[in-house]
Design a protein around this ligand. Structure first.
Ligand SMILES: Cc1cc2nc3c(=O)[nH]c(=O)nc-3n(C[C@H](O)[C@H](O)[C@H](O)COP(=O)(O)OP(=O)(O)OC[C@H]3O[C@@H](n4cnc5c(N)ncnc54)[C@H](O)[C@@H]3O)c2cc1C
Length: 467
């Protein structure tokens, strides 16, 4: 019988796909082997930059912009089709711990306000919210005007090291695989993808149980009138605490669905635009693609069910609609790459200060339930954190000499990470990493050799907060 041209055998016979890529690898390997040999291949060389930043979220954008502004030839690698990470692809439109952050964080907030994209409360004062679509454009413009070379739809998938130095990041995109060289690299992927590929040691999850915090899928909602649902959201400076969330949960239950996050939250972004965070995906690991897929599918089903349930109540909910669910489920915890300093719970307890401080964190301990059997909200904090410093050393990888981290993948323990991970700090850490990377690259030295006071001096300092 004549085989159709697309049949598997004729495909293999054309040589279009090497047989070795489909068969279990290695003659003589046990039949049970579930591994496949990928043939070695030469990669196109994409070029050499002073600084390569992997990941274009809040930390990565800040790192790239500050490196470029410091004079370094900088490229920024992002796997999605826009910059912003959790701010845009993740639809988390609420910036925490920004008040004591001058420099880029203040610049972004000012610019959102100027473009009419910063949320305001009913008393007219700005809140932590913003319009995510305007944020996308703003971050593009910030990078382009600073001279950052942006590579979207490009994913870090491997790394090449020589001795203690990372020499190349291997980037996969529609153009295939390419090798990008740089003098200094900044891993701002949130999950520490580049550092892990470069063989760096890391921690993941709770030290005793290995559990990570749950994931949440954000959604944008419309069809709501702020005046009608004032009891269910908190955007103004009028009502704090859990009351609006408790009332929203009760409404969702009345609509027939109990949310997997017991503190569902509505964020008012504009009069006709809200963000909603209402689910928790438990027992899934952010570095496991199958876990992330399953969590995303379950979460989207739940988010739709919750909103359908609210709409069925009529009244103020009669016209509520989902504009979009996030393209990327929010992953609270990934790898914490070991650095030359590990920020620990003790730092928070003592409100520790450092001479090489680059960020002062004022946000408290915030562990979302890791065990739904013991509650589906926020775990009670072991103590009340005091404002503490993150030293530059926590951003320098322990195992590679020319690799920095920024954002939620910096070096810290489980409790400390739950506090410093929020985006006001991610931006400040990115800003510091970018300046350090640029100075190291331009002076041909290792980041650890750059005098820390030079970095601290160049970072815009809020009076009395970072010494
Ligand atoms: C559900 C949820 C709610 C939260 N609530 C708040 C809140 O209200 N306010 C707040 O300030 N913070 C909040 N946080 C914390 C905060 O969002 C994160 O810790 C923050 O995103 C850290 O910024 P980042 O730049 O380190 O990481 P991310 O925002 O995760 O950015 C990482 C970027 O790297 C890219 N990337 C990842 N891997 C690769 C790769 N291999 N190659 C190329 N690119 C890659 C990603 O696409 C992304 O753009 C929340 C987090 C979650 C998950």
């Amino acid at each position: 019988m004549k085989r159709p041209p697309w049949s598997r055998r004729s495909f293999l016979q054309t040589g279009a796909l090497p047989l070795v890529a489909l068969a279990p690898a290695g003659a003589g390997e046990p039949a049970s082997s579930n591994r496949v040999l990928e043939p070695a291949r030469e990669l196109p060389f994409a070029g050499c930059w002073d600084v390569l930043v992997a990941g274009g979220g809040p930390a990565g954008v800040a790192a790239a912009v500050s490196a470029a502004r410091a004079g370094a030839r900088t490229c920024l690698i992002e796997q999605h089709g826009c910059l912003g990470g959790i701010w845009t692809v993740g639809l988390l439109c609420w910036i925490l711990d920004h008040a004591n952050k001058p420099g880029l964080m203040a610049e972004i907030l000012r610019e959102l306000e100027r473009r009419g994209a910063r949320a305001v409360a009913s008393d007219g004062r700005p809140t932590n919210g913003y319009d995510p679509e305007v944020m996308k454009l703003l971050l593009d413009e910030l990078c382009l005007s600073s001279g950052v070379e942006i590579h979207l739809h490009s994913r870090v998938c491997a790394a090449r090291c020589v001795g203690r130095d990372l020499t190349h990041a291997v980037i996969e995109s529609r153009s295939g695989r390419e090798a990008f060289a740089a003098r200094v690299f900044v891993d701002a992927t949130g999950d520490g993808d580049l550092a892990a590929q470069a063989g760096c040691s890391f921690d993941l999850g709770h030290p005793d149980t290995g559990r990570t915090q749950p994931m949440s899928l954000l959604a944008l909602l419309t069809g709501l009138r702020p005046a009608d649902i004032r009891a269910f959201y908190r955007d103004d400076h009028r009502e704090a605490g859990a009351a609006p969330k408790d009332r929203l949960r009760a409404e969702m239950e009345r609509g027939g669905h109990s949310p997997s996050y017991s503190q569902p939250t509505l964020f008012r972004l504009r009069d006709d635009l809200f963000a909603m965070m209402a689910n928790h995906e438990y027992g899934v690991v952010g570095t496991n693609a199958r876990d992330v897929t399953a969590a995303t599918l379950r979460a989207r089903r739940e988010v739709h069910a919750l909103v359908d349930g609210l709409r069925s109540l009529g009244g103020p909910w009669a016209n509520v609609r989902i504009v979009a669910t996030a393209a990327q489920i929010g992953i609270r915890e990934g790898r914490r790459i070991r650095g030359r300093y590990v920020v620990t719970a003790d730092d928070l307890r003592d409100g520790r200060r450092h001479a090489d401080a680059v960020c002062r964190v004022t946000f408290g301990i915030d562990v979302h339930a890791t065990d739904p059997g013991r509650g589906k909200g926020i775990e009670s904090a072991p103590f009340r954190a005091r404002a503490y410093d993150i030293p530059l050393r926590a951003l320098i990888a322990a195992d590679r000499d020319n690799l920095l981290t920024a954002g939620r993948c910096i070096s810290g323990d489980f409790i400390a990470h739950s506090s410093y991970r929020v985006t006001g700090n991610a931006v400040r850490l990115g800003e510091a990493a970018g300046i350090l990377a640029a100075l190291a690259a331009l002076h041909r030295s290792a980041p650890a050799e750059v005098p820390w006071d030079e970095i601290v001096r160049r970072l815009p300092a809020p009076p009395g907060s970072v010494s």
